[in-house]
Design a protein around this ligand. Sequence first.
Ligand code: CTP
Ligand code: MG
Length: 225
Amino acid sequence: MINLIIPAAGSGSRFSEKTPKQFVKIQGIEILEMNLLTWINIKLVDKIYLVLPQLEFEYNKNKYQKLSNKIIPIIGGSSRAESINNAIKILDNKNPYTLIHDGARPFVTNILIKRVIEALKIHNAIIPALKLTNTIKKVKNNQIINTINRENLISVQTPQGFHTNIIKKAYSNINLKNINFDDSELVENIKEQVFYIEGEKNNIKITTQNDLDYAEFLIQKYFKK
Ligand code: CTP
Ligand code: MG
């Protein structure tokens, strides 16, 4: 079976609301709950390590445990990496694959999840990503330095999938504070190859208030349950 880590312990500083964005409701559905409802129905995933903020941990722990007995609540840390590391430490080593998916990315689909899992039969580490469509330029102090060839650039999403032993190795020995890194980058750092599959355009991460309008549109058009 498969482990899943959902980091949902952030405070959402770019979202600028008192409530962390994962707990905000769109069209009456909480972002994190919408996300979890998709994962709970994936039969192959039997352990969901749900990383939650320390603040009001007991309340949230009880709330989410009621959703499914697959959910294992864990207290998060001060960085995303620290939050994930708290789950990595207690992962079920018997499960050969471990997926990591942002709590603030509620529009993940069964199809994307299955494609990531399928690719793990061939590769040690797999990430969904999109080719860039806009022209990309490097800048310094509002001035253009140069234009980058976008042919070789991708924009990365989650769920990212890893062989459990590989992600454990990647997370051992890292400095968890002050570093903003992506999980697959840690795998690159231990010289393991990471491959990508096509992501999904609607698989957005709620980051700023602006994302809410678009999220509302997506629920109405594609995701109304
Ligand atoms: N996350 C976490 N623990 C942290 C920081 C982030 O579990 N200490 C989680 C967030 O809850 C989110 C995911 O990692 O589901 C992606 O992070 P991001 O979008 O950056 O969320 P925040 O860190 O909460 O937002 P911001 O960077 O704007 O503060
Ligand atoms: Mg963040």
